[in-house]
Write a protein that binds this ligand. Structure first.
Ligand code: RUB
Length: 269
């Protein structure tokens, strides 16, 4: 495959969510940009997933910070996050998560390696089923996983129908805004249910996901939801939604386990 084909393949895979999650998207885009570092390719890469500030932040840094340094930041941030997440997990914990977040999954795998005893409840995450990827990766690491259909998230969180009490909710983040966190659609609703049930919600995310401006919420092709839907039925397919700040106990980033206001102070300085 020549450089141009490689670049186009990465773009297609990001657009089709074959490469997914803020961190994987940013890393792949960074590599693609290194193949063709022009204004045009940067614009193209930025247009692929409009709700991804990590992608924006990384591509804006690339002129000033060497490629390797950015990758080093990702690795160091993950190492720090792993240590903080480990501190939050008590023995016999049940951790609820949604979609697929590399920051979350890697931290859970690290905790398992450190002999923490816990299990995970996760959602399948329609329409693209990123929850299956989460379940597979966690199970491969020896972690017990129970997958729920999305609409049963409240059953999982509220200790109904033979489920056990969830101890912690871990969500990844696409964007950390001043007013709340943007993550996979469903996260806002699940956070509200968790909050009402006094289950702490933690955002596990690299601090470079902070974004001081408003963001467009990506709306995806209706065919992901219903391929051959009858004509005249409108289908909405928003990819993300906001988790209100008040539902979030803390943000776990390389900067520490910080309540929202403290996190904002650190990144805004
Ligand atoms: C993925 C998603 C993830 C965040 C964080 O959505 O919402 O929770 O991107 O991921 P999609 P990470 O599958 O639509 O990209 O921790 O990997 O950066």
């Amino acid at each position: 495959m020549n450089k141009k084909e490689k670049f186009n393949r990465i773009c297609q895979n990001i657009k089709a969510v074959k490469i997914q999650g803020a961190k994987n998207i940013a890393k792949a885009a960074l590599y693609a940009y290194s193949l063709f570092p022009t204004k045009k390719t940067k614009q193209k890469l930025l247009s692929l997933r409009p709700t991804e500030p990590l992608l924006i932040n990384v591509l804006n840094r690339i002129e000033k910070v060497p490629y390797e340094k950015i990758l080093e930041h990702f690795n160091n941030a993950q190492d720090q996050i792993n240590l903080y997440v480990c501190k939050l997990i008590r023995n016999s914990a049940i951790i609820f998560t949604h979609c697929h977040s590399t920051n979350v999954v890697q931290a859970l795998i690290y905790a398992k390696k450190k002999n923490k005893k816990f299990q995970v409840y996760n959602t399948e995450t329609r329409p693209l089923y990123q929850g299956r990827k989460t379940a597979r990766e966690l199970r491969k690491a020896g972690i017990n996983v129970t997958t729920f259909i999305d609409a049963a998230a409240a059953i999982a969180l509220e200790k109904k129908q033979r489920t056990k009490k969830v101890s912690l909710v871990f969500f990844g983040a696409d964007a950390i805004l001043k007013t709340g966190v943007i993550n996979k659609v469903g996260s806002g609703l699940f956070a509200e249910v968790a909050y009402k049930n006094k289950i702490p919600v933690y955002i596990i995310a690299d601090s470079w996901k902070f974004f001081p401006k408003n963001l467009k919420i990506e709306e995806r092709d209706f065919r992901e939801v219903w391929k051959k839907a009858p004509k005249n039925i409108k289908i909405r397919n928003p990819a993300f939604e906001k988790i209100e700040k008040k539902y979030i106990k803390a943000i776990v980033s390389e900067l520490g386990i910080l309540p929202y206001s403290k996190f904002l102070k650190k990144v805004n300085k």
